[in-house]
Write a new protein. Structure first.
Length: 564
């Protein structure tokens, strides 16, 4: 064979081999596929549900993979509480627990590993794990289940159960619970292998992992009742919690400052409810032997810890004393009676700042606006009401002006209510000549053009959800608040005087969940309860089925049995 030809053949074969090898090596990059599998408990010693476990047993837990050791140590709970000084000994994926003392005789132990446990790629355990065993001949078999609800992520919330026979008045800020578990990804929890007794339960977000409830730092949920487990009722469900960080301090007046010679801004220590704050008689400003007249008051809706006062002309550099008579924070605490006044210096400059338009309801250029909507305009300061009312108009596509009535939440918040419902599938314009709209001192609106638009909903797309509410507690009283919450968009609220039929009318298609509470104390808001001194929360329930709503297809028969 010719040497040149042989050389050519060898080069071709070598090139083909190189290509084949490179193709054969295609696949996942070095290190393998990204690990997205959550860790789980593979084996334990003793085995789950074991009885007559020797008191000197070494407790071991083996995971399916290497885990972040600290995440396990911070999420492991043992009941009954073994005391302080427990040690953790790791050997690869295996953990040995060294208790400060040996196991007690004839006790059911429950070791819970919470959902904050994660592997070394930060994959969290899918659900909490419980190992139960007994040093006696039987296992305790009581159980409590339910859900945790709140704003934001609830996964990992701890459920603390106190045995009322041992601790008649448990204080989670100072006492260890006898049983602990954690809520899963959707807020569900399960306390298993409980001794038959009476329990008080709390849901705690223990942010600093110190085993104590710290008010104003940790979120808290209080159950609506104590739970009694017996042979006749060994498993109770659902016991639900709504969690929130509790405000335990009254609001304070932090500062007052003059923005110009006719305006004073008040800053409080926290957000306040609007009641009282837009009334001029709620404030008193004095300087030496005179009283400074207060012409207007506006509670800031964008930052509700502020109030803006309009005053008669202040004397430049003069010290004024201001007293606030009433204010209430969002949880009902009244203004601190010794922190309700302060001083400020009179400002020399006149008010020359133009007022600004801040927002409109419905939002400018929005679609699917309900037919019963009002039009609300929010401004940066108080406006001349009569002038604005004369300048405002709402018109449809054909230029027909919509008749209606005017009202004011305060001098910066204008409301127009049409006399009749708006037409469906219609384009509307809100028009206002800005050169005819002024603040209280004659400054013209800063905007050069004011035309806002929105389009109403097509009534043919609407539907409804209906059913009956039955209360399992026939002795209970109070109105029900039902909230139909879609996966996207605005929620719908419905008050019912008591058990009976309900109907959410004229709602958009979508997937809805229904949340319910019974307003037993009649204050028109959910009462979260208190941990210590104990005050139970109002009963709260989430209808377990998602409700699919289609256009022009009412979803009926969603009957709700409200638990005791």
């Amino acid at each position: 064979m010719d040497r040149k030809f042989l050389s050519y053949v060898l080069r071709v074969c070598f090139a083909i081999w190189i290509v084949w090898m490179s193709c054969a090596r295609q696949g996942f990059p070095p290190g393998g596929p990204v690990d997205k599998c959550p860790p789980y408990v593979l084996a334990t010693n003793p085995k789950s549900d074991s009885t007559n476990v020797p008191l000197d047993t070494k407790i071991e837990i083996e995971f399916s993979e290497a885990v972040e050791e600290r995440s396990v140590e911070e999420s492991i709970f043992i009941t009954p509480f073994p005391g302080t000084g427990m040690k953790y000994k790791w050997s690869g994926q295996r953990l040995r627990l060294q208790l400060p003392e040996q196991l007690r005789a004839n006790r059911t132990y429950v070791i819970t590993i919470g959902t904050t446990t994660k592997d070394r790629r930060n994959n969290l355990m899918k659900e909490s794990f419980s190992l139960a065993f007994s040093t006696g001949p039987i296992l305790d078999h009581g159980g409590i289940e339910g859900g945790v609800y709140g704003e934001g992520r609830v996964e990992g919330t701890q459920i603390w159960a106190y045995d009322l026979k041992d601790t008649p008045e448990p204080n989670p800020s100072a006492m260890e619970p006898v049983y602990i578990t954690q809520a899963g990804a959707t807020g569900e929890y399960r306390l298993s292998y409980l001794a038959l007794s009476s329990y008080r339960l709390f849901a705690i977000v223990d942010r600093d992992v110190n085993g104590r409830y710290d008010p104003e730092y940790d979120a808290l949920g209080v159950a609506s009742k104590d739970v009694a487990l017996s042979e006749e009722a060994s498993k109770i469900s659902p016991i639900n919690f709504r969690i929130a960080v509790r405000d335990t301090t009254p609001p304070r007046l932090e500062a007052a400052s003059a923005a110009d010679r006719n305006h004073v801004d008040l800053r409080f220590s926290e957000r306040l409810v609007p009641e009282f704050l837009s009334g001029t008689t709620n404030y008193l400003i004095t300087g030496e032997a005179e009283t400074l007249a207060i012409l207007d008051a506006v509670h800031d809706e964008r930052n509700s810890s502020y109030v803006h006062l309009t005053t008669a002309a202040q004397a430049a550099g003069k010290e004024y004393h201001i007293l606030v008579k009433r204010a209430v924070d969002l949880v009902g605490f009244p203004l601190d009676s010794i922190r309700n006044d302060t001083t400020f210096s009179g400002h020399p400059a006149p008010d020359t700042l133009k007022p600004r338009f801040l927002s409109m309801i419905p939002v400018d250029s929005s679609f699917s606006v309900p037919l019963s909507s009002t039009v609300e305009l929010l401004f940066s300061e108080g406006m001349q009401k009569a002038v604005l009312e004369r300048s405002f108009s709402l018109a449809d596509t054909l230029g027909h002006t919509i008749a209606g009535r005017f009202s004011w939440k305060n001098s910066a918040h204008f409301i127009f209510t049409p006399n009749t419902e708006l037409a469906g599938k219609t384009f509307y314009r809100v028009i206002m000549p800005v050169d005819s709209v002024f603040d209280l001192f004659g400054n013209r609106l800063a905007d050069t053009l004011f035309v806002k638009r929105f389009t109403t909903i097509d009534p043919d797309t609407l539907s409804e959800i209906s059913g009956q509410i039955i209360d399992q507690d026939s002795t209970a009283s109070g109105a029900f608040l039902l909230t139909a919450k879609p996966s996207t968009g605005n929620s719908h609220e419905l008050w019912l005087a008591g058990p009976g039929p309900y109907c959410f009318e004229r709602i958009l298609p979508g997937i809805y969940t229904i949340q319910i509470y019974r307003d037993q104390d009649g204050n028109k808001q959910y009462t979260f309860g208190e941990a210590f001194p104990y005050k139970p929360a109002e009963r709260y329930y989430v209808y377990p089925d998602s409700i699919h709503v289609r256009s022009r297809w009412p979803n009926e028969g969603n009957d709700i049995s409200f638990p005791k």
